[in-house]
Design a protein around this ligand. Structure first.
Ligand SMILES: [Zn+2]
Length: 311
C-alpha cells in the first residue's frame, strides 16, 4: 500500500498533542487526551470544507516548535509503517508553523529529521515530503518562500509542492504565478482542485501543468474535462472519507470513484487527514468497496499511485 495525499497536521496523534500542550502550558480548552481527540475529529454535521479547515486550528497550536514538529513527523511515519505502507508522501505548510519564530527552512528541516529518524527504525517504508503553499489573499511572499525552500530540499527529503486551503474562497486561477515559479525551478507539483470548487478549478490546475490533482472528484460534472484528464495522464488523489466529511456530494451514494475509474481515469486512494477524518487506509479501502470497487480495481489503484509518485 502507498499513499500520495496525506497532511501531517491533520494526522497528529491526539495523545501527543495533549502531552505537548501540558508540557508547554498551551491552553487547548481540553480536559484530557480523549477530549483532544474528540475536538480534533470532524463532526458528522460538518457542512463544508471551510468548517472542516477549522479543525486545523487546534493541532497547529502545538505545531510551532522544531522538537515537537520533528516528533509528530516521526510518529506519523511510524504509524504508516505499522499499517504496512511501503511508500507515502506527507504534506504540510511550513508557513503555518512560524508563530513562535521558526523559519520555513527550520520547519522543513524538523519534518525531514523526523521522517528520517523513523525510516531508520522502520526501513520497510519510504517517506517523501510535499510542501504546501496556502490559498489566501495576502500570503504571496510566504508561498514564494515555500517554493524556494522546496527547491533547496528537492531530492533531499522534499519531492514536490502543493496548493491547499479554502478553494471556494480563493480560486485556483488566482495562483498561476506560483506554479510558473515552481515550473521554472523544475519542482513537480500537485494542486488541491475540484474539492470545494467545480471543474474550472481542475482545468486551471491542469493548465498550470499539474500532473496530479488533490481530490478532483468534481470533474464528474464535465465529460470533456474527464477526457482531458485521461488524455493528459493526470492522476487524481481521491480521499473518500474526507470528501464525505466535507459533503462534496450531498448524497453520499453519488460518490463517483467507481464511475471515474471505469471511465479510465487514473485514481489513487488516500486518507487526506487521518486524525481529522478519523481514518486510515484500511478504512478507505472498505469505503472503496462500498462504492463498488473490486479487489482488482483496488490493486490497479496502488499501481496508479506507484506510477504517479513524485519520488
Ligand atoms: Zn488535502
Amino acid at each position: 500500500m502507498l499513499e500520495l495525499h496525506l497532511h501531517l497536521d491533520g494526522s497528529l496523534r491526539p495523545e501527543t498533542v495533549w502531552d505537548i500542550a501540558c508540557t508547554e502550558n498551551i491552553d487547548l480548552g481540553c480536559y484530557n487526551a480523549e477530549d483532544v481527540k474528540n475536538k480534533m475529529i470532524c463532526p458528522p454535521d460538518c457542512r463544508d470544507l471551510n468548517e472542516y479547515l477549522d479543525k486545523f486550528t487546534l493541532p497547529l497550536m502545538v505545531f510551532q516548535k522544531a522538537s515537537h514538529i520533528e516528533r509528530f513527523a516521526y510518529e506519523l511515519t511510524q504509524d504508516l509503517a505499522k499499517e504496512g505502507l511501503e511508500y507515502a508522501e506527507i504534506r504540510f505548510a511550513p508557513s503555518s508553523s512560524m508563530k513562535d519564530g521558526l523559519s520555513q527552512t527550520e520547519v522543513t528541516e524538523a519534518v525531514i529529521s523526523g521522517i528520517r529518524r523513523a525510516m531508520k527504525e522502520c526501513p520497510s517504508i519510504t517517506v517523501s515530503l510535499i510542501l504546501c503553499c496556502m490559498r489566501g489573499s495576502d500570503n504571496h511572499a510566504l508561498n514564494i518562500e515555500t517554493i524556494n525552500v522546496a527547491k533547496k530540499y528537492l531530492g533531499k527529503g522534499v519531492c514536490a509542492i502543493d496548493l491547499a486551503g479554502a478553494e471556494a474562497i480563493f480560486p485556483t486561477s488566482d495562483f498561476e504565478d506560483l506554479f510558473r515559479h515552481a515550473f521554472k525551478l523544475d519542482i513537480p507539483y500537485t494542486i488541491h482542485a475540484g474539492e470545494a470548487a467545480g471543474p474550472d478549478s481542475i482545468a486551471a490546475a491542469i493548465d498550470f501543468g499539474a500532473k496530479r490533482i488533490g481530490h478532483g472528484v468534481n470533474c464528474i460534472y464535465d465529460p470533456e474535462l474527464i477526457e482531458r484528464i485521461i488524455k493528459e495522464n493526470v492522476t487524481l488523489e481521491i480521499c473518500p472519507q474526507s470528501n464525505i466529511d466535507t459533503k462534496v456530494f450531498p448524497n453520499v451514494n453519488d460518490y463517483p470513484i467507481k464511475k471515474l475509474f471505469d471511465m479510465g481515469v487514473k485514481i489513487s486512494l488516500n486518507t487526506d487527514n487521518r486524525t481529522v477524518s478519523n481514518t486510515n487506509l484500511p478504512h478507505e479501502i472498505s469505503l472503496a468497496h462500498r462504492f463498488g470497487m473490486t479487489d482488482s480495481d483496488i490493486e490497479t489503484m496502488w499501481k496508479y499511485a506507484k506510477e504517479a509518485k513524485f519520488n
